[in-house]
Structures are given as C-alpha cells and as structure tokens.
Design a protein around this ligand. Sequence first.
Ligand code: SF4
Length: 234
Amino acid sequence: MTAVYVEQAKVDEARLLLERIALDFAPAVFTTSFGAEDMVVLDLLGRDLRTISVATLDTGRLPQETYDVWQRAEERYARKIVPVLPRHEAVEHYIRINGVNGFYDSVAQRKECCQIRKVEPLARVLAGQRAWITGLRRTQAASRAQLAVSEWDASHSIQKFNPLADWSEAEVWAYLQSRSVPYNALHDAGYPSIGCAPCTRAIKAGEDIRAGRWWWEDPAGKECGLHVQEAASV
Ligand code: SF4
C-alpha cells in the first residue's frame, strides 16, 4: 500500500473522540483484531485513556502473525490486551458434530463456527460496558457504506463508536508508516483483511479488499455476525 498523507486535523478529531469516550462513556472497550485500522486506533489510545480497555477475540484459529503483532502491541503501548476465548464445551461439541474444518461444508456451519468463536465471546466482552469502539471504515465493505462515527448498536444494546469511519485505506497506511506503528506481517503478503487462518487468503490485484475472507461464499453476505447492520446513527 502506497502511503499518501493523513491530515493532522483528522487525526486530532479521532483522538479527541477517544478522549471524550474515555471521560463520558467509561467503562468502554475497544475490540481489536490487529488489522491495520485497529492498529491506528490502538496507537491513538496510546498509553493513556485507561478507562478504555482493549480486548481481542482469540478464536483459537488465528494466524501466528496475529499473535506476533499482539505481543508487539502490548510491549509498545504497555497495555495488557484482554484475550477472550470461545467456550471450550461449544468448540468441542462443534468439532465432534461437524469436524475440525466443518466451516467449509456449508454457510450454516460457517456461521455456527463464527457464532461460537466470535459472536458469543463478543457478547461477553460488551457486557457491562457503556461504549464499544471499533476500527471499522465505510469503504471496507458494501455492508459498511452507511457506517456512522457514533451509532446505537441495537443488536448489542450499546453505543458504538467508529472513529475511523471516514478514513480511506491510504490514510490508514499513511498514519501507520509515518509513526512506525507495528502491523500484521500478513498485510505485506497480500492480505488486506485478516481473520482466522483457515478463512482468510491473500487477494490478487484488483480484487475487492474483502475477497480474501470466506472466499468460497456469496460476496453479499460475508460478515461474521460481529457488526450487524441494525445500528441507528446518532
Ligand atoms: S472465521 Fe472461520 S474459523 Fe474463524 S470463527 Fe468464523 S468460520 Fe470459524
């Protein structure tokens, strides 16, 4: 990704929003999957704003590169990133019934795996929080085109903040490179969007940035259920 430039005013606006959340919505949680956007948000949080905790869904199927950047992030920001794992009984039951790679066999089985490894754990992360912060951007996917910076997430009953909603991919990379922020090494291997290892692949030039996620499914429905489009802008 060729870096361009991100205006300081845009950076300041995102940081000010995080400061406001830290003051007015504590306790709040930022969920990270260590993608490029999430590294920008983490860098904006920095070492302060401790009323905002940082959590990650460790599905048990993440690539090693994700664990590597997770460790580097904890070191750089002197923060413990809270790991949230799926319930082991549910994973064991799923594997007994569907096989260890059962998510390839049908959309229903893929969604059930995401439900067990991501959606249910996310509900535990958000329980008791007053706000949820994400690194989502509008241009990441057609399903995110209407994303607001601040919105009510009815499916989780929580105020959701997307400070990078109007950032471009180029601005994200300009930010990361200008500040030498660590990022997932898979981005340099053609992975713009990184999730679980068996469900993520590199994309070719010209392909949609989400083309490497669940590539065997219909592009229209490729979400894992974490970010449901029921939110109302505020
Ligand atoms: S992305 Fe794949 S491995 Fe990860 S939870 Fe969803 S179906 Fe399971």
